[in-house]
Design a protein around this ligand. Sequence first.
Ligand code: ASP
Length: 429
Amino acid sequence: MRRLKLHWQILIGIGLACIAGTLTGTDAGLFGVTYYQAYDFIGTLFLNALKMITVPLIMAAIITGIAGIGGEAGLGRLGVKTVLYYMLTSILAILVGLALVNAIAPGIVDGEPAGPRLGLAENTEAALQGVEGRGAGDIAEVFLRMVPPNIIAAAAEGQMLGLIFFSLLFGYFMTRIQPDYAGSLKRIWQGIFETMMKITLWVMRFAPIGVFGLVAKTVSTTGFAAFVPLLSFFVTVLLALAIHTFVILPLLLRLVGRVDPWLHFRAMSPALLMAFSTASSSATLPLTLECVQENARVSNRISSFILPLGATVNMDGAALYECVAAMFIAQAYGMELSFGLQFTVVLLALLTSIGVAGIPAASLVAILVILGAIGLPIEAIGLILVTDRILDMCRTAVNVFSDSCGAVIIAKTEGETAVLSKEFAETRG
Ligand code: ASP
């Protein structure tokens, strides 16, 4: 019997989790153990496994990738293209969000600001505490995190930016030492990289079960009823994310990358479902790398440069969400939506999305920064907490998808012909 493809397995895991989570809720159990605890255990175990492989995988991927780029010119060119791509797609995402939130106006009901009807979430205080320590959103902070005083501590705390910067330096200077040392080092890192990719593949075999645990846990706590009052906000975000994912990015793939977007969706489907289930770009990174290299056929040289960096700094979904959420709250509070206010929101959404970490709920910190800047009380964030987790799952998938599109587009502009080639698609069926 042919084994079901990974993305189908994950999808089934998600479907079963929705059913199980709704049926059991948080309190039902067997022999004194609640189902919720079981979901939590499975999900955490799987997330731990993903986090376990991240540090060595990312280091090895970047070091071997940079060492293979060859010289300053190659690195400079790739760097410029990458930054341009990150900026362009984030701005496009924010503008889509801004257009929709103005058109639909989810914060205004029957011509009145919706604030009083929605009421603030009672547990705002507790939620705000949960948000603390998720990484600040301002730019100076980003640079400070980029150069960590202690690389081991940065790795231990999952500060990816510092780790990425160190690995970039290491890969670059590794090629500038005596050739025999450089050669041995290259072989060692290449070996580590291959080994880590094998471990990743093995961990992924458990993805459907892990995903089941993660999603069932979310569904059993959140339920679906809580969404009703926020439905139009929810729909606005989903619609904007969908336009960015199914119109804007495919257009870029088609026009700039000259590839079939559908093939790319297929190549990335396991990573997208994983991003959806974990709500963390960083935890998804091993699978993103795997899909971009093995399925989309982008070289390690390019993918290992763009993807780890993208997982922390390029967040289209988060940027879009921040803009829509801040505007929604401003609408609900009856603020005048002047050009200045909208411009501030757009600019801050762009800048803070760079600083947002690739972990669940990280955007909430950035939204706090924006609310403060436009003169709203930070408690106002209570309005959107109920829907945050599900929207987080969706925006994380968009974050990951945009990174992967960047890898494909840049690889094509660098002359990689194997990327998403038709022949390759046919052999994979
Ligand atoms: N959870 C998102 C990610 O990891 C970040 C966010 O928007 O909260 O990509």
